[in-house]
Design a binder for this molecule. Structure first.
Ligand code: NAP
Length: 252
């Protein structure tokens, strides 16, 4: 069934940046339908009820989606095709971090499955649906820690931060972004790598929320606003780039 709304899929919408983005995109815009991709439907139902209680003007709905599972990705793509016939905006937000500076091989597999293979396979599965949009966009939620240039620069503010596995995964996601801009750009799709900044979420565990606040972490609502600006076309001049909120950008 075709939708007269802008059809937007946000992965990892059950927490942090994804949750706030789902709300920010529907709070005041009646023309958006945001599909909240969640790997845990019970948690997703609670999140959806919380956001509905805030009376968004747009539409919110849920979709079960574990980005590490081909079965889940294929089922989600089929459901989106049946329900909407197209996808206008894909926000590859779902991600995990491992705090240890050096991880085990299984740790590395898990982080790459989620942060790299997930967005790669999901975008591929949705390519035909993006192609049916008149103005398709893909936003890959990355991190400043994925910048190879910053990692190599001793004057960079993040130079001292370890997290090599996370850095490696986000650097790979950045490369995916540039590859997608080349390939999906051929049918007019615009692609960005977006860093949400250091924000207070559950990324490194709920117990780290206070640590994040103490270090000056902002609300993930600020990240959501940064994503809204891209969806609204305010960063179109930087298409294919590595951007962050407040109009700023990072070197690759
Ligand atoms: N927080 C920061 O300071 C920061 C900085 C730079 C970049 N980022 C990036 O921002 C994005 C969002 O993270 P966040 O900070 O909002 O962390 P978060 O609060 O932990 O949220 C992560 C979301 O991803 C979901 N997720 C994890 N694995 C998944 C999978 N296999 N399939 C589907 N969903 C999955 C989680 O689902 P559950 O609710 O089921 O766990 C959750 O909804 C990530 O890509 C992260 O790398 C965050």
């Amino acid at each position: 069934m075709a939708s007269d709304k802008q059809v937007i899929l946000v992965t990892g919408a059950s927490s942090g940046v994804g949750y706030d983005t789902a709300y920010a995109l529907t709070a005041t815009t009646p023309t958006n339908h945001v599909i909240m991709g969640v790997r845990n439907l019970a948690k997703g139902e609670t999140c959806l009820a919380e956001l509905q209680a805030r009376k968004p003007k747009g539409i919110l709905s849920l979709l079960e989606l574990d980005v590490t599972s081909d079965k889940s990705v294929d089922a989600a793509a089929k459901k989106l095709e049946a329900d909407f016939g197209r996808v206008d905006v894909l926000i590859n937000n779902a991600g995990i971090a491992i705090k240890a500076p050096h991880a085990t091989r299984p740790d590395l597999r898990v982080i790459f499955e989620t942060n790299v293979f997930g967005p790669t396979m999901l975008t591929l599965a949705l390519k035909a649906l993006l192609q049916r949009s008149s103005a398709p966009r893909v936003i890959n939620v990355t991190s400043e820690l994925g910048s190879i240039a910053s990692r190599a620069d001793p004057t960079s503010s993040s130079y001292a931060v370890g997290q090599n596995p996370y850095r490696m995964s986000k650097a790979a996601l950045n490369m995916l972004t540039v590859c997608q801009q080349k390939e999906l750009g051929e049918f007019g799709c615009k692609v960005w790598a977006f860093c949400p900044g250091f924000v207070v979420t559950n990324l490194t565990g709920e117990g780290d929320r206070q640590w994040r606040k103490d270090l000056g972490g902002e609300s993930s609502e600020t990240s959501a606003q940064g994503i809204v600006e891209i969806v609204e076309g305010k960063r179109d001049g930087e298409v294919g780039g590595f951007v962050t909120k407040y109009g700023k950008a990072f070197p690759w």
